[in-house]
Design a protein. Structure first.
Length: 120
C-alpha cells in the first residue's frame, strides 16, 4: 500500500485567514469585466483558497521563488502547467506579505525567495 502525500492546501484549509479582502481587489483603471471577475473570485471563496494555497506552499518549501513553488505544485498536483501554478501562487505572495504571514529574504535568478514568518 502506498502512502499518499499530504496535500498542502488541505493542511492550510483550517487556518482562519482572509475573511476580508487584504488588498484592493482591482485597480482603478481596470475594465468592468476585470472588476466583476475580482468581485466574483472574492465572493465565491476562490481568492481565499488561492491565498491558502500560496501560504501552504511557502510553508512546505521555505526559501523558494515563485517559479520554484509553481513547479513543485505542478509536479504535486499533475495538472495544468508550471507557469499557471507560478502565477496562481505568485499573485498571492504580496498579499501574504502585507499581513506578515511570509517575508522576502534574498533573491535567486532575479526572483524573491519567500519564507514563512516564524510562529505565524
Amino acid at each position: 500500500m502506498s502512502r499518499q502525500r499530504p496535500d498542502p492546501l488541505e493542511q492550510a484549509s483550517a487556518l482562519p485567514l482572509f475573511d476580508r479582502p487584504l488588498t484592493q481587489l482591482y485597480a482603478a483603471d481596470d475594465p468592468a469585466p476585470s472588476r466583476a471577475a475580482a468581485a466574483e473570485a472574492s465572493a465565491s471563496g476562490a481568492m481565499t483558497r488561492a491565498r491558502r494555497l500560496a501560504l501552504a506552499w511557502v510553508r512546505r518549501h521555505p526559501g523558494k521563488t515563485a517559479p520554484e513553488l509553481g513547479l513543485r505544485a505542478y509536479v504535486f498536483y499533475g495538472v495544468g502547467d508550471p507557469e499557471t501554478w507560478r502565477q496562481r501562487i505568485g499573485r498571492r505572495l504580496n498579499e501574504l506579505l502585507t499581513v506578515n504571514l511570509i517575508h522576502r529574504q534574498g533573491t535567486r535568478d532575479g526572483c524573491a525567495c519567500w519564507w514563512p514568518e516564524p510562529g505565524r
